[in-house]
Write a protein that binds this ligand. Structure first.
Ligand code: UDP
Ligand code: MG
Length: 327
């Protein structure tokens, strides 16, 4: 084996994954800063820049950085897919023992890398998430973020995290190879990791800088979408493999309630008829229609459960389990 291919085979200590979209000004500074920290601490490393379809000169800058330093690598999407697909692609390529993700806009500091590395390799964490305790973002972002994190803590059951969406995170290599980040799910990577069985999730207070160049790529719609994604994750995590347990229960309950109330409307009419009291058509009573609608919705929910089961049965992952060890 030649020396170069030997070097290529060796697993570096750290892979830094940097998703980026139109960040040409920040890249050279970021690359230099990362290289300096790695050199000062004697880490072997690789940086994977994932260019998410930038329309500025970012890819040209990355190509030059790769020529300059063999530790740098680049992946270029043909169009803009979003931060989650960029991270997922970076995760697939990452070879390091510890994988660190970092935004490209210089808001996250590479000086945090050594401590994050130590927490993963020595303290035994699967995942360590940064916590921007002191943020340099506008209030319109920091207040909804607090609310968002409180909900995420409650729903995911990861009670010790204050900042789910921090771009700076460190993972044990196995974690990134066993989670799939898609859509806009980068906000919930700790929850994805927990759902995949990685429970040792820690947090580290990190320095945060104001954006130096360019502008943020996410608007206020991040909070609406964020909540919808959280609902999806909660639902698929809990009932994804057994949809009937949700729809069937709800559907049966509604059907029974509707049936009993329809029967009561009918029985009441019969009673009035035979006791000689004044009576009217059942269709004159609003309760009749309410009962009917409840029964119909109950049936629909039950059917949704059946269809859900058919879909789940066809999933290629229906019998996919994460086995940690065998002896
Ligand atoms: N980003 C990306 N694809 C996108 C949007 C953003 O790769 O479609 C990158 C962006 O270049 C940055 C990181 O994701 O490196 C975080 O984005 P940003 O700084 O805009 O988010 P904020 O700090 O405002 O949460
Ligand atoms: Mg940013």
């Amino acid at each position: 084996m030649t020396e170069t291919s030997d070097k290529h085979q060796q697993q570096p200590d750290i892979s830094v994954v940097v998703p980026l979209y139109n960040e040409e000004e920040s890249l050279p500074e970021l690359e230099e800063w990362i290289a300096r920290v790695m050199k000062d601490n004697g880490f072997t490393y690789e940086v994977i820049f994932v260019n998410d379809g930038s329309t500025d000169r970012s890819w040209e800058v990355i190509s030059n950085l790769c020529k300059k330093n063999g530790n740098n690598h680049g992946i270029c999407f043909r169009r803009n897919y979003g931060k989650s697909p960029a991270l997922n692609t970076g995760f697939e390529a990452a070879r390091g023992k510890v994988v660190i993700t970092m935004d490209a806009d210089l808001q996250d500091s590479p000086d945090e890398i050594p401590e994050l590395y130590r927490m993963i390799t020595q303290d035994g964490y699967d995942l360590v998430s940064g916590y921007k305790q002191k943020r340099y973002d506008p209030l319109s972002k920091t207040i909804p973020t607090k609310l968002f994190n409180a909900t995420a803590r409650k729903v995911s059951g990861i009670k010790n995290l204050h900042d789910f969406n921090c771009g700076l995170k460190a993972y044990r290599n196995a974690v990134v190879k066993h989670i799939e980040v898609y859509g806009d799910m980068h906000r919930y990577i700790p929850y994805l990791a927990k759902l995949a069985g990685f429970n040792r999730i820690g947090e580290k207070v990190v320095q945060h800088q104001a954006r130096k160049y360019g502008k943020t790529k996410f608007g206020l719609d991040r909070f609406v979408n964020g909540y919808l994604d959280l609902a999806t994750l909660w639902f698929t995590g809990k009932f994804g493999g057994k949809p009937m347990h949700f729809f069937g229960l709800l559907g049966s309950l509604m059907f029974i309630i509707g049936f009993i109330s329809a029967a009561a409307v009918g029985a009441l009419k019969l009673y009035h008829m035979y006791s000689g009291a004044k009576y009217s058509l059942v269709t004159d009573s609003p309760y009749f229609y309410i009962s009917l609608t409840t029964m119909i919705i109950g049936c629909q929910l039950f059917l949704a459960g059946f269809i859900g089961e058919l879909v789940a049965r066809n999933s290629s992952r229906r019998n996919h389990y994460e086995i940690e060890e065998r002896i």
